[in-house]
Design a protein around this ligand. Sequence first.
Ligand SMILES: [Zn+2]
Length: 479
Amino acid sequence: MSAYESDFETIIGLEVHVQLNTKTKIFCSCATSFGDEPNKNVCPTCLGLPGALPVLNKEAVKKAISFGTAVNATINQNSIFARKNYFYPDLPKAYQISQYEIPIVGRGNLEIEIDGRKKTIGITRAHLEEDAGKNIHEDTVSKVDLNRACTPLLEIVSEPDMRDSTEAIAYLKKLHSIVRFLKISDANMQEGSFRCDANVSIRPKGDSRFYTRVEIKNLNSFKFIQKAIEYEVSRQIEAWQDGKYTSQVVQETRLFDITQAITRSMRSKEEAADYRYFPEPDLLPVFIDEKLMNEATNIPEMPDEKLMRYTQTLGLKENDAKVLVSEVELAEFFECMLESGINPKQAQIWLTNELLGRLKGENTLKTCGIDSQNLSILVARVTSGVISGKSAKEILDVLVEQKGGDVDRLIETMGLLQVNDDNALLSAIDSVISANSDKVAEYKAGKDKLFGFFVGQVMKHSKGANPTRVNELLKEKLQ
Ligand SMILES: [Zn+2]
């Protein structure tokens, strides 16, 4: 039987590990800072020394609840920690403290949008756990760095609701954005604080069964996730077409080989039973009291709500508003400009079209040295007619070039102040009119096109004149 790719449906479920940005680790008071000298931030608890006891970090609990709130999830007022037993050199206790039976966050969902089509993706659960350390392999030796051991993770498990890599990426981007707007993690993918395991399977279209799923582990860039899923789907379909599905597609964990863009078998996939989960005897069940629940569920405005407010209340176009809510820093920059009294449309244009349009490569909104106050002053000077829009763009070029600066001083030193003094403009107009009496006569006889000539002449005579005002005054004079 031959089958085409289009005869199959892809089933994708994702597990995302988010490193929560608490100051200290989840079960001890060691620092969570990234990039420190190896094994600097360790203590008996995170080293797994006998007799050391874990103490739960309340901040981690709070951040998990906030996440649950943002994805409309059930928050379990009572949850328990469990031991997940396995041996690995970067896990000194030989078990990981995680949550199994009752996670802190239960069922929730989030909405993704692809080319205008909306789809709800179910979230099965989100639970708290500790991270492992890091093995470092060098030539003939392997070393272990336990700085990361015991840092707090929130593992977010989705339902198998995604049907292709595009939906998977849309879901991940949405999740990434929610985490960033909540400020519960820096979600830096390169540093591993937002990483994803993808469960991928296929089935013939119309079939409602689930077939063998393969887990691709530790994906840490949207691009790689997309490529890994796409490779894995075609590998499984090919095996089906070749009649080798049962022998080649087995339940296993695979790794994505970045250089060859293929997935490779790493190990057979463990089932829950392999981990011999049991309730963690060193920690009490977690109970969330009313005070903590109130604090943690009081979350900031999420990107979807902002999008709605920007379009419906502020009157921005949807595509423009989408750019503003694509990054938390951008939305905050925009809102600071509004607080300075800048009109929303002007703030949006100057921020996304003009400023972002000038930022390239390493030069980002965060590093460009221009803050919302700088840009607000610049826009305010245009709106009040102190400088022209054209001059403001020149000033912005300089601000970007020299990484910030004083807008008003630049207006002065660059000689861009517009002449708004009507008397000065009127005398310039008078001299232009008296020097061009023939053209004035032609204009008055109906040659309207000459108006532009007069504007040009006046602008030449009064450098820095506000063209709008010149137009107005000229019209009056020539009538
Ligand atoms: Zn520690």
